[in-house]
Design a protein around this ligand. Sequence first.
Ligand code: WTA
Length: 640
Amino acid sequence: MVNINSNNQRLFHPNDEVKQRSDIKDWDLEIEKGKDIEKYWAQEAEQFDWFKKWDSILDESNKPYYKWFDGGQINLAYNAVDRWIETGKRNKIAILYINERGKEVKLTYYELYREVNKVANALLNLGIKKGDSVSMYLPMCPELIISMIACTKIGAVHSTIFSGLSSVAVVERVNDIKSKIIITADGTYRRGKIINLKSVIDEAMLQCPTVQTVVLVNHTGRYNDVADLRGNEIFYDRLIEGETDSCDCEVMESEDPLFILYTSGSTGKPKGVIHTTAGYMVGIATTFKNVFDIHDDDLWWSTGDAGWITGHSYTVYAPLLLGTTTLIYEGAPDFPDPGIWWKIIEKYGVTKFYTAPTAIRHLMRFGKKYSKLYNLDSLKILGSVGEAINFEAWKWMYEEIGKGKTPIMDTWWQTETGMHMISPIPIADLKPGSATKPLPGVQIAIVDEEGKELPPNKKGYLAITKPWPAMFRGLHNDDERFINVYWEEFPGGIYRAGDMAEIDEDGYIWIQGRSDDVLKIAGHRIGATEVESAFNSHPAVNETAVIGKEDPVKGQLIKAFLILNEGYNLDMPFKEGNRFLLREELKRHVRHALGPVAVLGEMVQVDKLPKTKSGKIMRRVLKAQEEGEDLGDISTLESD
Ligand code: WTA
């Protein structure tokens, strides 16, 4: 039921069915319980099997290097897979994989367990030990999930690279963590085609000296023979052939690293965000249960790729930690037609569905025809992630997909937070467009530039005022940046999220975009400077400034302001006799450097860029001009 409150905000109240099903009956009470953060998270930690319980819950002695469950010993793979083998879930489907060609693979917990063990043994045989890093460049296929969990089982640190990123991105990430192994595939299915992934790896491996072995999943059947492989390459199937299907779990300290995932910041190269073991497990499992009211009979589908944090936390690990069935789909949302997602929901009876607003906006364009073709009655809860969901998309999702009965969980969080931070739970009263309130066990404030808390209805910086268990523990090889970007701005160990937000008189939080130069293109995070350096590496380009330009489907697109070198203009043929204009050549160049995630909207040629006296490009001036806003303080602009 939706109605309008006195502030003209639309209010959504959950129906009785949602309330009856929910394990949590009182939202405010649950938030109240979560105020004693140590007690709250320690209680949640009890749900797992520990080799040894913790000595302290939260150690704040060396801020911001917080420690959670220090002294404890545990293994995440054990809790996500092995422990279910002894229970009634043994033959329950853990992973349901489907691809756009209609192929289906079902892995029960027992089958997953054995596959993980084989890969874990194979990795051990290749010399991988606790603490070593393993890179992966794979599509959303069972082998990706199996490999991630296999690393976790033996204590290796996995680092996945989204399969839509370029060879340049692979080189940067693999070399930063000095991986000895990369697991990849020949290709991935996308809109009826096969995208070649192996050629990206071939190019990247020319510059990755630490990689000793390339493991190749023959996913699309492109390679038929070992003769097709190079000296340091081995087929995944061959690698695990003959490996035994039992393997002991490595005993991990609570604070041992679990994975490193790269994400974009506002400056410089991507940051290797480090997550550790016990706190991450406790944080993601608890929030998953709270936000989606997970029960044993649920069929969970998150469209988040394991190349990003949503895939790690809520496609792979949290569902398995709760013994849920997780559906993974390899393919686009609109192929063979824009009804494919709804067809899958109907066919398999998906109960909880989690996706990004950009996908919803894309599917909205095709109207109501496709969602009407399928029976979506199995759906109970919907979720949204990656950017704020605008009212039109919210309404369409609620009416067309949820048929007016499923609440939408708008979850705010980040690669760095590891887990949902601000989100409703199913019984909450919703205001579409607001991620509502901090979850139980999470403390948030909207602050000014000095870190002082602002009253309601004042726009400010989003800050997290108390540590949380799934928090990242650092940036790989970049302590200085870890401190500067997140912890130095506000005093007293308060985390600066990089978003602007406002809190209303009911305590509902309204996220208002980034306060830094991070762009969100179709939900993917990309730094303005990364795009600028990609442009600048082209011989025709002298200097670039990049901003995010609003787009009705993708949220933002890249808009580039370019100073070209003498003699160039965007509309000239790039080389004599070449049919391509420089404009198209630059598009190709940037895409090659960054991968298809870098969606270019507009390029304009300029003579000059606004700069500070010290020579820093003032992107906010360009952005304000673009949006027709007041330019704010430009007193530090370079004088003519
Ligand atoms: C944005 C994705 C508004 C935000 C899980 C954040 C959101 C960044 C929401 C993190 C939301 C994510 N409402 N904005 N519900 N969820 N964001 O690291 O700007 O890819 O800082 O993690 O996405 O992006 P990341």
